[in-house]
Structures are given as structure tokens and as C-alpha cells.
Design a protein around this ligand. Structure first.
Ligand code: ZN
Length: 396
């Protein structure tokens, strides 16, 4: 049988220790995401305590979170701990979770934690599932089942087999003592199993000899689209976009000439814009997370990728350039689009029109609001400057 290839560590920027690591209960992962989002979580190599002394996470758990694509840290030998940063996926999950008041249950049985998360925010649950499905951690498990032509494994030997197989695959070493007092596999593979239990991807049963078996549900595990990946605007992509543009413009010209400006033509124009708009939006989300940059609203459907320089005045390159964008909720997008608000191009401070005086609260604006510093790139400032000029012109 042709073997299916396993994921490459380099494609995910991870190491073997990130792929099979643990124990990392789902609840602890969620609690750590919240701490990392609040910038109070650190990593220390080999640190195994679970009591979060000095806000240092359990190393096993933080390594696994790197494997899931939620966090990253940069080793720095001069520091006792390494600060943990959220990836774009981590930021998005944090946006869902940060309003959660308590702690998620960290027990080995994940059912309580599932209940907590589902009743707090179902979107958070769905997004965590998307992250898991698109992770190297789960994709490898699916491939492992395909290559072994089974989804049923004896619990006793599965963990050892699984760990040993990947250790050899990624580290080229099969030196692994199955009889060591603390088997590494027994400590590490359970985080994978617990995530599978959390999402109901696995059940346990007994075989004819009364031994526990895992029954995985591969049909539930396939990776999903809809995750937002950053689209790099390389020369090729830009050429494609330009090509697409001029093609559609020619087509539009042809159709207008032939049929007049009817629905067909309108449809053609919209479909061209929407693919550029999609790249623009995805890039903003991938870079800054899924939330309004002013008020932190995070419901996908009401968030607008707003052009700073109006799209109608942009060529396709600046139309797709996320430096020319802010992610705003419907309300704030409208205010920004109509030049009722702007952001000072030097400081990022909110500027607002006279008509909004005394009504700031009503429009969910804060007098002293300032754009996050990471948004104030030189390029975005240029676009903001143009927006400022128009703002002052209209609000003299
Ligand atoms: Zn908003």
C-alpha cells in the first residue's frame, strides 16, 4: 500500500517535542491562552510544576500549545523564563475567551471543561476545533490511522507505539525504553487523546479479552477550511490579481457595451472585488486577530475590513494591502467610512466630528482612545494621513 506522508515539522515551525507533548488538559490550554493573551504567561524549559508559580506554565503544556499553533516563544538563555506570545490563531481564540470570568476545568476527564466552554461561547468551541483540526498534531494522527489501516487500537500499546513511531520519524532514533518507570509516551500521548475525547473523536470500549481499546472516528477529524491564513502578496499573487482585474475589466467593458449596465455586469464586477476584498480581510484577520480594533467586538459577520484610503480610489495593489486597512465592527466602520471619526496619523489618537460631541458613549467611542501601537506602521500612517486630511476638510 502507498503510505500517506506525515506532516513536516518545518512546515509548521515546530519540533518533535511540540507534536507529542503533555499532559496538557484542554482546560489548562484554555486557561493558558487567557494568561498568554493577558501577557502573564512564561515558559521555562523543563519546568513541570502545575501551580503557575511566577506565572511560569507547565513546560509540557506550553510545548503542546506550540504544536497546536496557538503560541510561540523565543528561547533566550539570558532570561530565566521566556515570555510566551500568542500566534494569530492564539489571538483569535483569546478574543473569544478573554471575557470568561473563571477557570476552565483542568481534570483528565474533559467533559466538564467541554460543558463550560460550550455554555460560555459556542464559537470559541468551534474555533478551537478548527485550530485542532488544522494542527500538525491531529493531521498526523489521521495519517497514522490511514497508514495502519485501522481506527481501533489497544490502549495499552497504542501510546508506546505512537510515541516510538514519531520519535523515530522525526528524530531518527528508536532508542526508547518501554519499561522505564515513567514511560514518556504515557505522559505525552494523553494530551492528544484528551483533545480527541474533548471533541468526541474517540471512544473507549473493551475487546474480547476485556482490554481497553480506543475507537477513533476519523470521519470527524478531517481538516477544515475557513481558517484564516495570511496570504503573502508576492509578485506572482499581485500579477494574478492584476491579470484578473484587467481580464474582468475587459469583460465588464464588453458586457456593458453589449448588454448595458444590468445585473450580469454588476455581478462580474462584484465577484472581482470580492476576491481582492477576501485577501484583504483575511490578511487583516491573520495579522491582527478577529476583532474590532476599536471596541473588541468579535462576531465574524459584523466585522468589516475597512479601507483607510477608499477602495474606490485604490488600484488593486493598495486595495489588497492590509496596511491600508483596519478591522472594524459595522458601527465603527460606518463612522470611519463617513469621516465622522479618524485616527491621528502620528499618535493614532481618536479624532471625532463635532456632530459626535456629547454622544461618544452612544456610539461606543472613548475620548482617549488610541489605536494599538502595532497598527502604527509607517505605511499605515501614510494612509491615515490622507484620511486625516479629508476628515479635517469635512469637519472644519
Ligand atoms: Zn467597534
Amino acid at each position: 500500500m502507498q503510505k500517506k506522508e506525515y506532516e513536516k515539522l518545518g512546515d509548521y515551525g515546530v519540533e518533535f517535542k511540540n507534536v507529542i507533548s503533555g499532559p496538557a488538559p484542554v482546560g489548562r490550554v484554555l486557561n493558558y491562552v487567557i494568561r498568554a493573551g493577558n501577557r502573564i504567561l512564561n515558559h521555562k524549559n523543563g519546568y513541570r510544576s502545575l501551580d503557575l508559580k511566577d506565572n511560569v506554565g507547565s513546560a509540557w503544556c506550553t510545548e503542546f500549545m506550540v504544536g497546536l499553533g496557538l503560541i510561540f516563544y523565543t528561547p533566550d538563555k539570558t532570561l530565566p523564563f521566556y515570555p510566551i506570545n500568542l500566534t494569530e490563531k492564539g489571538k483569535r481564540l483569546f478574543a473569544y475567551l478573554k471575557g470568561y470570568g473563571g477557570l476552565f476545568d483542568e481534570n483528565n476527564d474533559p467533559s466538564e471543561c467541554r460543558k463550560q466552554l460550550m455554555s460560555f461561547n459556542e464559537d470559541a468551541y468551534n474555533y478551537l476545533e478548527t485550530v485542532f483540526k488544522n494542527s500538525i498534531v491531529l493531521k498526523n494522527l489521521v495519517t497514522y490511522m490511514v497508514n495502519n489501516e485501522t481506527n481501533v487500537f489497544l490502549k495499552d500499546i497504542f501510546m508506546d507505539d505512537y510515541f516510538e513511531f514519531f520519535k523515530e520519524l522525526y528524530e531518527g532514533s528508536s532508542e526508547y525504553n518501554r519499561n522505564a518507570r515513567t514511560s514518556t509516551a504515557k505522559n505525552r500521548v494523553p494530551s492528544l487523546i484528551q483533545f480527541c475525547e474533548f471533541f468526541n473523536y474517540v471512544t473507549t470500549d473493551k475487546d474480547v479479552n476485556g482490554k481497553t481499546i480506543y475507537i477513533f472516528q476519523p470521519e470527524k477529524m478531517s481538516a477544515v477550511s475557513g481558517d484564516y491564513d495570511f496570504i503573502d502578496l508576492t509578485e506572482d499573487v499581485l500579477k494574478d490579481l492584476k491579470g484578473e482585474d484587467s481580464h474582468d475589466e475587459k469583460l465588464a467593458e464588453f458586457l456593458i457595451e453589449k448588454y448595458g449596465l444590468d445585473g450580469t455586469v454588476v455581478h462580474e464586477i462584484i465577484s472581482r472585488n470580492s476576491s481582492v476584498q477576501r485577501i484583504f480581510r483575511n490578511n487583516l484577520i491573520a495579522k491582527y486577530g478577529l476583532k474590532c480594533m476599536m471596541c473588541d467586538k468579535y462576531i465574524d459577520e459584523v466585522l468589516v475590513a475597512s479601507h483607510i484610503k477608499p477602495a474606490s480610489e485604490c488600484d488593486v495593489v493598495s486595495k489588497a494591502n492590509c496596511e491600508n486597512g483596519l478591522l472594524l465592527c459595522a458601527l465603527h466602520d460606518k463612522l470611519f467610512d463617513r469621516y465622522l471619526i479618524s485616527f491621528d496619523f502620528t499618535t493614532g489618537k481618536l479624532l471625532y466630528s463635532k456632530v459626535l460631541e456629547g454622544k461618544l458613549e452612544e456610539y461606543q467611542l472613548k475620548e482617549n482612545f488610541t489605536l494599538n501601537n502595532e497598527l502604527l506602521t509607517n505605511e499605515r500612517r501614510q494612509f491615515l494621513m490622507e484620511h486625516n486630511i479629508e476628515f479635517y476638510k469635512r469637519n472644519k
